[in-house]
Ligand binder design. Structure first.
Ligand code: ADP
Ligand code: MG
Length: 345
């Protein structure tokens, strides 16, 4: 991370000066964003479409550690995790609001870094910053982002639509973000004990990137449209496959079988898990923060997914009475636990 050179206290600009400073280079690009920053409220024209809204609150020390999280990455990730929730509804994000509570140790230059990340995410995902709130904090940095999206009524995909016999699919690969976090935490501990030691993060680029600079799967939602494929249920993978698939099952009133051998794990994640003495499948099932999409499709849509590298079919929806089950490589059946499933139990 490039250290901010200047250390301008937040108070020096005044509240309105600061808001103006942080938001002046954000241009509105979506026609639906009628009024953005500057009035009492933003105005959005979604004509007769459905509007979807989601919020996340991130608190320093709980959700992020500024010791190893560059503010630019933090800004980017804070936006992306919200957009991921909009895509998980099979909708398109259009606007965000950003609310900040900053302690006195945060400078104008630090917020500039945060907003540079926010801006990059806005540009990459074509969303408009249309408002927010700014205040001070006595307990570290707090960021709350709200994302607003649109979809036609018949496009929306809920957690509640999975039916017995549907195939359970995931995009990308799982567990890498969790291992990236373990690596950063390990290097932080080493640094705290021996400040002179350089962090050993070579060969870990993919894992670190998955933790610090995740992307939301806009491409997957675009692909659904192109293929005329509507998942029966969908959720984004923020907590880990075991926990998130259970949300779909609960809301849909069904059970599921997940096949361990079909869960996608990258080679980097696999090798790093072994280095940490953790079972790779545990990382993939319980790690979290992958921001991939977990969705179910009707069996007749399998041909649309088959042969696509971006997706893995990891299991099937069963009747509710079966519960949520993990079928191991050796064919044993275990209840799929929401947290910390231990391969060697
Ligand atoms: P109010 O006092 O009515 O809450 P503010 O002075 O907080 O208004 O906000 C003025 C304008 O600046 C509003 O459009 C608001 O949405 C926007 N805004 C405030 N803080 C931020 C921020 N951190 N990021 C983006 N926009 C902001
Ligand atoms: Mg305000």
């Amino acid at each position: 991370m490039a250290e901010p050179q200047k250390h301008t206290p937040l108070g020096s600009l005044g509240e309105f000066g600061l808001i103006e400073h942080l938001t002046k280079e954000f241009d509105l690009i979506n026609p639906s964003s009628l009024i953005g920053v500057g009035d009492d409220a933003a105005v959005i024209d979604n004509s007769n479409k459905r509007t979807v809204v989601t919020t996340d609150l991130l608190a320093e020390g709980i959700h992020f550690d500024l010791m190893y999280t560059p503010l630019r990455h933090l800004g980017y990730k804070s936006v992306v995790v919200n957009l991921s929730d909009i895509y998980a509804m099979n909708a398109q994000p259009k606007q965000i609001t950003v609310s900040i509570a900053a302690s006195s140790k945060i400078t104008v230059e630090a917020l500039d870094e945060l907003y540079a990340g926010i801006k990059l995410a806005c540009r990459n995902y074509k969303v408009d910053l249309i408002g927010g709130d700014t205040t001070s904090s006595l307990s570290g940095l707090i960021i709350s982002i709200t994302a607003i999206g649109v979809a036609e009524e018949n496009e929306l995909v809920y957690r509640s639509g999975a039916k017995e016999g549907d195939l359970i699919c995931v995009s990308g690969d799982l567990g890498a973000a969790y291992l990236g976090l373990q690596l950063l935490e390990r290097e932080k501990r080493i640094y705290m004990e021996h400040p002179g030691v350089q962090p050993e993060l070579e060969n870990a680029q993919y894992l670190i990137e998955r933790q610090l600079k995740p992307e939301a799967r806009r491409d997957v939602v675009a692909w659904f449209k192109e293929m005329d494929l509507k998942p029966t249920a969908m959720i984004d993978l923020s907590d880990g496959l075991s926990s998130d698939v259970r949300h779909i099952c609960k809301q849909s009133g069904v059970g599921c079988e997940i096949n361990e051998s079909m869960v996608p794990i990258s080679e980097d994640a696999y090798n790093m898990a072994l280095q940490f003495n953790i079972d790779p499948i545990t990382c993939a099932l319980s790690g979290g923060e992958d921001y991939e999409l977990l969705f179910t499709i009707q069996p007749e849509d399998e041909t649309k997914i088959a042969g696509e590298d971006a997706f893995s079919i990891v299991g099937q929806i069963t009747e509710k009475e079966g519960g949520c089950v993990l079928v191991t490589k050796s064919g044993n059946r275990h209840p799929l636990k929401a947290q910390g499933w231990n391969h060697f139990e």
